[in-house]
Design a protein around this ligand. Structure first.
Ligand code: C2E
Ligand code: MG
Ligand code: MG
Ligand code: MG
Length: 280
């Protein structure tokens, strides 16, 4: 009995492994074609000013729409893009598309907002990132103050190189946000040395805000820390009125999450910019 079970288990495992390898291989070649075949798109999630309830920015989030695979989320293909190096052309496409879109809204006469773009680690450490960003800004005509680049704590590990890259980016006039703050290898040293405009408090701290006093204390401490360093705070993953009220009462500057809006296609954003949100 045990033998039979063992054998079955083994075959099951092996079959799974084979599928996984084929799947990965196939997915990689499909991802290679995704850029040329126009299968990538950006969706945009509004970021709301805590004091005024108006939209001050959007975060660009990538999606991959493939005929066979359906909608693939970035969590499933960004790691593969990182590994294969495809993240370099994909990342460049993201920055260009996001800048073009933001410029287009401005050309349509809307109040300017900030466009936040996520950088991946390989993209961050590519040799010519600042030059690439500068080229895209010139080409699209977007004023650099309306572009924000999001990095994570993991990118700061090579502190000297990271400082140089960030300073080069800052010289262009763009903004820098530290994403998922509090989940990685946070070091206060980064906050001292890096030119950071925004700290994005990770959604894992926001989730249980109304029940968990420890999370409340962590959040108020991060807000105080940021403000003492002249850094603005963005809360990620705000889903409920309770969470929003707590963050507003405790001085968080900008809020982002399903409570306000899911990430949406570009055509839906003007309505958000135009009308102040009436949410109580
Ligand atoms: P992130 O930058 O921390 O983005 C926030 C994620 O939380 C997004 O997931 C967003 O859809 C989701 N989210 C927003 N509000 C809520 C909420 O109220 N509740 C919950 N549960 N989730 C919320 P998404 O779009 O699947 O992106 C996942 C991650 O993939 C991003 O995390 C970012 O690290 C990465 N990513 C997305 N787009 C890009 C890109 O263009 N380039 C790179 N390098 N990475 C990207
Ligand atoms: Mg982000
Ligand atoms: Mg985040
Ligand atoms: Mg994240």
């Amino acid at each position: 009995h045990a033998k039979l079970l063992g054998k079955n288990n083994f075959q099951f495992y092996q079959g799974n492994m084979r599928n996984k390898v084929n799947e990965n291989f196939e997915m990689e070649s499909m991802l290679r074609k995704a850029l040329e075949q126009d299968e990538l798109l950006l969706v945009y999630q509004p970021q709301v000013n805590a004091s005024g309830n108006n939209v001050v920015g959007v975060e660009a989030l990538i999606r991959w729409k493939n005929e066979k695979l359906g909608m693939v989320s970035p969590g499933e293909f960004i790691p593969m893009a990182e590994e294969t190096g495809l993240i370099i052309p994909i990342g460049e496409w993201v920055i260009r598309t996001a800048c073009l879109q933001n410029k287009a809204w401005q050309n349509q006469g809307f109040e300017p907002i900030t466009m936040s773009v996520n950088l991946s680690i390989r993209q961050f450490y590519q040799s010519n990132l600042a030059a690439k960003v500068e080229e895209i800004l010139l080409e699209t005509g977007l004023n650099p103050v309306y572009l924000e680049l999001e990095i994570t704590e993991s990118m700061a590990m090579q502190a000297d190189t990271a400082t140089k890259v960030l300073n080069d980016l800052k010289k262009l006039g763009v903004k820098i946000a530290m994403d998922d703050f509090g989940t990685g290898y946070s070091s206060l040293n980064y906050l001292r040395n890096f030119p950071i405009d925004h700290l994005k408090i990770d959604q894992s701290f926001i989730r249980d805000i109304s029940q968990n006093e420890e999370d409340q204390n962590i959040i108020t401490s991060i807000i105080a820390l940021g403000h003492n360093l002249n850094i603005k705070l963005v809360a990620e993953g705000v889903e409920t009125k309770e969470q929003r009220d707590f963050l507003v009462e405790n001085g968080c500057d900008v809020l982002q999450g399903y409570y306000f809006s899911r990430p949406v296609e570009h055509s839906e954003i003007p309505a958000f910019i135009r009308s102040f949100l009436h949410i109580n």
